[in-house]
Design a binder for this molecule. Structure first.
Ligand code: ZN
Length: 455
């Protein structure tokens, strides 16, 4: 009797085999939809390549997790909440185990609703329509991946690439901060050194079905802005090229690209490519990255995860405060937007921040930091905004996991998270951030605590 009971119990125990499902859903917006990522209205005029919502679902011992990568510039909390709710209804995966991030392509539909998003067309009927459909498109990608779950193995690899990115903040000869560098400086640029590092890590995970043996998904994380293109072209930017080239492995394989801590990191272009179409610049970056991934794929090691775990923490972040006269000034700047004599760029950036903080009532804002882990081997850290490279590197250094993947613009987009030092140095990101100095470091502390807890 006891033997029978034991046998029954043992056969009911879940098999300790990882199952993986991957899928993508097209999310290319119609022509005319305003594009996100700039302080100007840019209605989409041509489609260079299709945009996707891509989902990876993992299951181990009846525990599941979903990682979603979206070809959009940012993803806001409202969309994440709706999508997570739909995903939970359709697949049973709880919100704490769903990480939804944006690749940060600046050639996709506008998705946010803050002041500068309004300037760039977020209230346009086509933009509203996209936002309305977006949660169900995201959920559809996860439901499809969930339906594809199959016994799999997972391999991990790490490489480095130093030639594709540049810290975009440099110290000028006179002491000021030079911003938005995209090429190696020449003596004429009169700059001394970068004000921060890049993160050269390329983290690669390959999920392969066991029978038949074929690649299901390649997960790639690298830290560099996807802003190669500009204008009114719809494109997934360099992650699109990367995905097309990695499909050489298997046409049905899904490539999920997520951006690392890239707030202050731009793509490093060849100077002679400044004047040519941005799509060519994106293709060059994506091609080299794909070459790196192919090299890394030959130096991978197989993981043997025993569990999928997750943890989230909501931290309350104090906002950047403005005196009342600054709010009046910002309203005047906003009134002049798009008119002759429009304010200079950094004034637009500051006014947008001041108006957003006023709109939020100046009260501290909640930010979710999320960690999903595969055994004690790989941890994904989701941060809800654009994180300075220094802060992403700090998370990696503090993590007890052998492989820590920092995913920015995950589960929300609360604008920039500079490190403390950048506030004194000034220029774009610390002017743009909605938060008081220290918010970025608070995210690092929360991520570190979660990583140690899960390990
Ligand atoms: Zn950005």
């Amino acid at each position: 009797m006891l033997t029978l009971l034991l046998t029954t119990l043992l056969t009911q125990l879940p098999a300790q085999t990882l199952r993986t499902g991957a899928a993508q859903v097209r999310i290319t917006p119609p022509i005319g939809t305003p594009l996100g990522g700039n302080y100007t209205l840019r209605p989409a005029a041509t489609i260079h390549d299709e945009l996707h919502a891509k989902a990876l679902v993992l299951e181990l011992n009846n525990e599941k997790a979903a990682l979603v990568a979206l070809d959009v510039v940012t993803i806001d909390r409202e969309t994440v909440d709706s999508a997570r709710q739909l995903i939970q209804q359709q697949t049973g995966i709880p919100p704490t185990r769903i990480m939804i991030s944006a690749t940060h392509t600046h050639s996709g539909p506008i998705t946010g609703s803050s002041t500068h998003h309004e300037w760039a067309g977020s209230t346009h009927p086509l933009a509203r329509e996209f936002r309305q459909r977006f949660p169900s498109l995201i959920a559809e990608s996860v439901a499809k991946a969930h339906a594809n779950l199959a016994a799999s193995t997972v391999r991990a690899g790490l490489g480095q690439e130093h030639s594709l990115s540049i810290n975009r903040r440099w110290l000028k000869a006179g002491g000021a901060t030079d911003w938005n560098r995209i090429t190696t400086p020449t003596p004429a640029d009169n700059v001394i050194r970068p004000l921060g590092p890049i993160d050269p890590d390329i983290n690669v995970l390959s999920f392969e079905s066991t029978s038949p043996k074929r690649p299901l998904a390649t997960y790639v994380n690298f830290a560099v802005h996807a802003n190669c293109i500009g204008g009114t072209i719809v494109s997934a930017d360099y992650p699109g090229t990367l995905s097309q080239l990695l499909a050489i492995r298997d046409p049905a394989m899904i490539t999920l690209f997520t951006n690392g801590a890239a707030a202050n990191i731009n793509p490093l272009h060849l100077p002679e490519m400044r004047g040519i179409p941005g799509t060519a610049r994106a293709e060059r970056i994506g091609t080299i990255l794909a070459g790196d991934v192919f090299k890394i794929l030959n130096q991978m090691h197989t993981l043997a995860p025993h569990a999928i775990t997750s943890a989230s923490r909501i931290v309350s972040l104090p906002l950047a405060q403005s005196p009342a006269e600054e709010v009046n000034w910002a309203r005047q700047i906003a009134q002049g937007f798009g008119k002759p004599g429009q304010a200079p760029f950094l004034d637009l950036v500051k006014a947008s921040r001041v108006l957003d903080v006023a709109r939020w009532g100046g009260k501290p804002r909640d930010a979710e930091v999320q960690v999903i882990a595969l055994g004690r081997e790989v941890a994904w850290v989701g941060v809800p905004g654009e994180l300075f490279a220094e802060l992403g590197l700090a998370i990696k250094r503090a993590s007890p996991f052998p492989r820590t993947i920092v995913v920015e613009l995950a589960n929300d987009s609360l604008n920039y998270f500079p490190n403390r030092k950048a506030f004194a140095e000034g220029n774009y990101e610390p002017v743009s951030t909605r938060f008081a100095p220290g918010a970025g470091e608070t995210l690092v502390d929360a991520a570190t605590a979660l990583l140690i807890q899960l390990f």
